[in-house]
Design a protein around this ligand. Structure first.
Ligand SMILES: *Cc1c(COP(=O)(O)O)cnc(C)c1O
Length: 307
């Protein structure tokens, strides 16, 4: 809304994602253009973005999936060249650092024109209920965003533009104010858990451990394996029998969701997205996992795949 996009404008976004960012695109009657992700990083493929650009393209929405940055250097270059907005979906990657080739380091969510994040309780910086925030370095956009989030008013009861109620409630803000100070420690705890899993599963013939990109840290919102020739349903059942939760993020890619039926994207040929979709599995990861639990979980996975 703040970027002044018009119905019919195209927004390039990955299909291999949680679809909340694409939902906004549809709410504003913009057109989502779903493109492929990189097989290793799970993140939007810059080459696929370039191919999808048309005269109607107005914005790119990269998602830093599972806690690792999309290739923001390549994406910002494409955006500059074609005069496009970049809105980062940073819901899974708050605290993540992206390093440019000249050595500059920036936090995800602060690189594009706007960065959006979520404080949903399961996120890396979670509130005790729902909440979210947007970041921008553009003053004019910041002002508009504040107005939109508060029914379009700057001066109370004078509504200059159509907005909504998207205010962060005070209880959540107070909790986040405290938790924010510990964000780095939360990240480290997740990274330690991920390191444990990495060691347990390294070089296994039937599992690919998460790729660590050289230009990004990984804050491990999820720890996601790629399975090869493993019966994923049976593995999930095996884990469930041992009271270990596991999840498939996400069972259906965005372009095949009924929500987007009107765009007729269901028949799109997104080979890598479909390939990943059938093979990914995410193991428990959070800030309170101890070594005994990590051992129990990895032993249980190995017991199944080594059978
Ligand atoms: C959680 C999440 C969102 C949305 O968060 P809400 O707080 O529900 O608005 C958006 N994008 C991604 C990738 C997410 O994981």
């Amino acid at each position: 809304m703040a970027l002044g996009l018009q119905p019919g404008d195209e927004v390039i976004t990955p299909s291999f994602t949680y679809l909340a960012n694409n939902e906004v695109v549809a709410l504003l009657r913009l057109t989502p253009v779903f493109v492929e992700v990189d097989k290793q990083t799970f993140n939007i493929d810059p080459a696929a973005i370039e191919k999808a650009i048309t005269p109607k393209t107005k914005a790119i929405v990269p998602v830093h999936l599972y806690g690792q940055a999309a290739n923001m250097e390549a994406i910002m270059k494409i955006a500059e060249k074609h005069h496009l907005f970049v809105v980062e979906d940073n819901a899974q990657a708050i605290g993540c650092d992206f390093t440019f080739s000249d050595g500059t380091v920036k936090k995800t969510g602060t690189i594009g024109h706007v960065g959006c994040t979520s404080f949903y309780p399961s996120k890396n910086l979670g509130a005790f209920g729902d909440g979210g925030a947007m970041c921008t370095n553009v003053d004019e956009l910041a002002e508009k965003l504040r107005m939109i989030a508060n029914h379009g008013q700057k001066t109370r009861y004078y509504h200059d533009m159509v907005g909504c109620n998207s205010r962060l409630d005070s209880i959540q803000a107070a909790i986040l104010d405290i938790k924010l100070r510990h964000l780095d420690a939360y990240c480290r705890a997740r990274q330690q858990a991920a390191d444990y899993y990495d060691q347990a599963f390294a070089n296994h013939p039937t599992m690919t451990i998460p790729f660590r990109a050289s230009n990004s840290t990984h804050v491990f919102h999820q720890y996601t394996l790629i399975l090869h020739d493993v019966n994923r349903d049976a593995l999930q059942q095996h884990l469930a029998d041992k009271k270990i939760p596991s999840m498939i993020y996400y069972p259906l890619p965005a372009h095949k969701q009924k929500m987007f039926e009107i765009y007729q994207t269901g028949s799109l040929d997104l080979e890598i997205t479909d390939w990943l979709n059938k093979r990914v599995i995410s193991l428990p990861i959070h800030t309170e996992l101890d070594e005994e639990q990590l051992k129990y979980i990895s032993d249980s996975v190995l017991e199944f795949v080594n059978k």
